[in-house]
Design a binder for this molecule. Structure first.
Ligand code: HEM
Length: 136
């Protein structure tokens, strides 16, 4: 059992870092990629990867939490709230991304601006949560 918890925590921490890295990649894509077709292709590749990484984070977190008999300490509560906040923002981002299919500049700009702010906020939230989790 000890090994399972140790391995799950190691995977959890690895995917914390990987999720932060993917959030930064997404920021780079929506900010720096000026070609619409290229940006769309990259968003379609890196957005699912980002949420897959977040799902693994949530899955491994749930395994550790189950082994700890669902004892919710404040740092774990913060992790759960942060994860829910990131998922909630995904719905609006996806809606705006679908609107860019009509290919007018206004909807593309709306998507870029919103996605940039969302991933920036996600990155700050992930770094903040990690810092709190490691210092408690
Ligand atoms: C925003 C997403 C998350 C981040 C950035 C994050 C980050 C971390 C980090 C860095 C640790 C290691 C703490 C240490 O070794 O002292 C940790 C541990 C843990 N995480 Fe998360 N986590 C996230 C989401 C979740 C979720 C969704 C759950 C539960 C469903 C969860 C449950 C746990 C548990 C139970 C531990 C072990 C705490 C302990 O050892 O006392 N995490 N997390």
């Amino acid at each position: 059992m000890k090994e399972l918890v140790k391995m799950s925590i190691n995977i959890h921490i690895f995917f914390t870092i990987f999720t932060i890295f993917l959030a930064l990649v997404n920021i780079y894509i929506v900010k720096k990629c000026n070609n619409y077709i290229k940006m769309t292709k990259r968003v379609e590749l890196f957005t699912p990867l980002y949420y897959l990484s977040l799902s693994i984070l949530i899955f491994t977190g749930s395994v550790i939490l189950a082994v700890y008999k669902f004892h919710l300490k404040s740092s774990v509560f913060l992790m759960i709230v942060a994860s829910l906040f990131i998922i909630a923002g995904a719905f609006k981002t996806y809606q705006l991304f679908k609107m860019t299919r009509v290919k007018d500049i206004v909807s593309q700009k709306k998507f870029r601006d919103f996605a940039y702010k969302k991933y920036l906020l996600d990155t700050m939230l992930l770094i903040f949560t990690t810092t709190i989790a490691l210092s408690i």
